[in-house]
Design a protein around this ligand. Structure first.
Ligand code: HEC
Length: 428
């Protein structure tokens, strides 16, 4: 029997309070004051853990003490921070799970397919949200909020027989349906939908002021300054400064690595500095390997500091991202490959990438020598041989049969990649 994800989590019914909620408590006592739930009965990983920015702004003729949030679900919320009253909510990206927020009830009006109960459904935003943890910023000078936006779809489907499996992700969604299609043209078509941008948002009008489309989706947090500047690092390895009021690009610097963190500004002895942690990683970089590899940069974790007139340059970073595919012959049955596919997507995908395509922060399993070595594979996957390097033992989560089935599935995916690589080489 299919089971709605909301029922798995809360068999007694209800909205699953306080999931995806903004809750006000008194700091001295912890006493509850008010709450606003952005996504009742949350079923898509639309958390509301994103930043909350406070401001006093003039709204419909009067100054209001507000808070602003752009949570994962794609709506930009303005609440009265004293009372929790919802003042406005408009979507800051195209969304397909709901049409709007009903201002009477404060609830999103969902489209019927959004809960993917009967058939899988492609939704915007994805489980990564329209905005993830990368900090947005607000400039009182321009009155605009600068949001590092993720514009990515995801297919959601119900698992046929959901069973709680302690110690691994229990999303209650079908991770095979949510994976990549086999056909490369279809994969590329999805890749074209995987987008990201810097969005300047007018919170009073609840409309876009300007946008800058980025090459990658998973870009850095934002800093806005009193000097009419907005700084953001990008997935494709740049730190960029824009005019805060218009979005005009004024300056950029090649960071040699993707950037996900936000910059900070400070002053020492009358001199102003910008510092930023550069370095590439996080959920998107790990999971979306198919779309990261295309313009892959190494992860080089450094703190970079800038001041006006600074002349330092970065030493070159060697990087050869090409994975060599040399898989053994595939001997597994269809049933084994299916078990391997399911187990891989349920348990391994979060670090090794959707459908075994690595984001290259950790070894691409399709190029692993362990594909040739059944015992060695078992020693790593269930024996914990590489646990000190971050590859824990999965002995408590998957059986030896499942581990071996995953090896077969990865061999199959390596053969697929090898065939594509050969075809590309002959087409040159
Ligand atoms: C929480 C993250 C995480 C998960 C989940 C995970 N791995 Fe790993 N795995 C790693 C890391 C990190 C490494 C790299 C260790 C190193 O640097 O050598 C690794 C390495 C490996 C290697 C060695 C590759 C090589 O050639 O050196 C194998 C095999 C492997 N993982 C299989 C699996 C399988 C199968 C699963 C699912 C059952 C899985 N992993 C799930 C993090 C993870």
């Amino acid at each position: 029997m299919y089971k709605r994800q909301q029922e798995i989590r809360s068999p007694g019914g209800g909205d699953n309070l306080f999931l995806s909620s903004i809750v006000a408590v008194r700091p001295d006592t912890g006493e509850y004051v008010w709450h606003y739930q952005t996504t009742p009965g949350e079923s898509w990983d639309y958390t509301a853990t994103q930043h909350i920015i406070l401001a006093d702004i003039t709204l419909r003729g009067s100054v209001r003490k507000i808070l602003m949030q752009a949570p994962k679900n794609g709506f930009f919320y303005i609440l009265d921070r004293e009372t929790g009253e919802l003042l406005s909510a408009e979507n800051y990206i195209n969304i397909t799970w709901a049409t709007h927020v009903d201002m009477e009830t404060g609830r999103p009006v969902e489209v019927p397919e959004a809960r993917y109960t009967d058939v899988p459904f492609m939704l915007y935003p994805s489980y990564l949200g329209g905005h993830n943890w990368h900090p947005m910023s607000y400039s009182p000078a321009t009155g605009l909020v600068y949001i590092p936006v993720l514009d990515i779809p995801a297919v959601y489907g119900q698992p046929e027989n959901f069973q709680y499996n302690p110690g691994v992700a229990n999303t209650g969604t079908d991770s095979v349906v949510g994976g990549l299609p086999d056909d490369q043209a279809e994969r590329d078509a999805i890749g074209a939908l995987v987008q990201g941008r810097l969005l300047a948002w007018d919170p009073v009008q609840q409309t876009e002021a300007w946008r800058v489309e980025h090459k990658g989706s998973w870009n850095g947090g934002v800093l806005s300054t009193a000097g009419n500047l907005v700084f953001q690092g990008t997935a494709d390895g740049n730190l960029v400064a824009y005019r805060a009021d218009t979005g005009e690009q004024l300056w950029d610097f090649s960071t040699q690595t993707g950037v996900v963190a936000p910059p900070i500004a400070y002053e020492i002895d009358g001199e102003q500095y910008i510092s930023i942690n550069v370095g590439w990683g996080g959920a998107f970089a790990l999971v979306f390997g198919e779309y990261v590899q295309a313009e892959s940069l190494p992860n080089v974790s450094r703190v970079l500091t800038f001041k006006r007139g600074g002349k330092a340059t970065l030493p070159a970073v060697p990087w050869t991202p090409t994975v060599v595919f040399n898989p053994p012959e595939l001997k597994a049955s269809d049933a084994t490959l299916q078990l391997g596919h399911q187990t891989y997507q349920d348990v391994c995908m979060g670090c090794h990438g959707l459908n075994a395509v690595s984001g290259l922060l950790i070894p691409d399993l399709r190029g692993s020598a362990y594909l040739w070595d059944e015992t060695g594979w078992e020693d790593v996957v269930r024996g914990g041989k590489l646990k000190d390097l971050g590859m824990a033992s999965f002995a408590n989560n998957i059986s030896a049969k499942q581990s071996e089935a995953v090896r077969a599935y990865v061999i199959q995916q390596a053969q697929r990649a090898q065939a594509l690589q050969k075809a590309a080489a002959t087409n040159l």
